[in-house]
Design a protein around this ligand. Structure first.
Ligand code: GDP
Length: 300
């Protein structure tokens, strides 16, 4: 994953220096922690996350598990790995399905974050797994949004519910509610609701998303965030958490070569798990998110 190239290189270098030492002094640990801190900050990881992370690593690295280890440097790397898995959310979390179909999945996020693309990717993956997803076009803000979802639905081989295609008017809350009802009648077992995104967080958008949430009672509300968004990630994620209270995160554009801090901050800051990683413009570029694999990639 290109996103973490620089961070990964920096940490590898830090650990290479550490490995030249036998027993580690407090100064060795502090030096290492300082380098890790700089590398994370340079990768755009949020300051609160960096502080918390480095404090935990430092405390453990100065403790018995390292001083008594056969290979102290290796033990420090192991600690960094474990703490990295923790900030990425700990255990893997899969999509949750309703006991009684349809499972309702609502998407939220800024415009351009990759929601519509993700809707298509998810629909395609669900189809492959034997589900019968219905895509609901509740982004009636952007004139072209419904058409775009239509194209994506076609590519994914999924059905779309859009009563007023392309004309930009209509009530997104009603469309969402009717969409879920339509799915129930037509026996679609999953409903994916694509909602409107603005360029920045705004109150009207949040109210609309919150109203859609109330009207459709989703099993999952997935917040789609562009991994390239950098330091804005934390504030955007917090605003969406307050506004719609999402249940999980989709990291999009992880194929880009940005510094990747969003990926490392968002789960930790919101306490919500990252469920998917979106890694390209094609509909097959979607992977479940595994915190442990991501940590290993970063530390490789
Ligand atoms: P929306 O406004 O949130 O619905 O965002 P879109 O789904 O329209 O995506 C915005 C742009 O990002 C489009 O040009 C997509 O092709 C592109 N895009 C979406 N997901 C990814 C991804 O994972 N990787 C890359 N490289 N581009 C993506």
């Amino acid at each position: 994953m290109a996103t973490f190239g620089t961070l990964s290189d920096r940490l590898t270098e830090t650990f290479r220096n550490l490995r030249t030492k036998g027993k580690l002094s407090a100064a060795d640990v502090d030096g290492t922690v300082r380098e890790i801190r700089r590398a994370l900050l340079d990768a755009d990881v949020a300051l609160v996350v960096v502080k918390d992370f480095t404090a935990k690593v430092r405390e453990r690295a100065l403790g018995d598990e390292v001083s008594k280890a056969l290979n102290p440097a290796q033990q420090v790397v192991q600690i960094v790995n474990e703490e990295l898995v923790q900030i990425l959310g700990g255990a893997q979390r899969r999509l949750e399905f309703a006991k009684t179909p349809p499972t309702v999945i609502m998407l939220a996020g800024l415009q351009g974050s990759g929601k519509t693309t993700f809707a298509g990717k998810l629909a395609k993956q669900l189809e492959k797994d034997g589900h019968t997803p219905l895509l609901v076009a509740a982004d009636l803000q952007r004139p072209n949004a419904v058409n775009q979802l239509q194209v994506v639905a076609e590519q994914a081989g999924a059905t779309i519910y859009a009563p007023e295609p392309g004309n930009g008017v209509g009530d997104p809350v009603k469309v969402s509610r009717d969409g879920v009802e339509h799915a129930r009648r037509q026996q679609h077992d999953v409903v994916i609701i694509d909602t409107a995104g603005r360029l920045g967080v705004d109150a009207e958008l949040m109210k609309q998303a919150s109203d859609i949430r109330k009207a459709t009672n989703p099993d999952e509300v997935l917040f789609v965030i562009d991994a390239m968004i950098g330091q804005d990630a934390v504030n955007t994620a917090k605003a969406f958490q307050e506004g719609v209270d999402f249940t999980g995160v989709v990291l999009s554009k992880l194929d880009g070569d940005a510094r990747g801090g969003a990926a490392l901050s968002v789960a930790s800051v919101t306490g919500r798990p990252i469920i998917f990683a979106s890694t390209g413009e094609g509909l097959d570029d979607l992977e479940p998110f595994y915190p442990d694999r991501m940590a290993s990639r970063i530390l490789d």
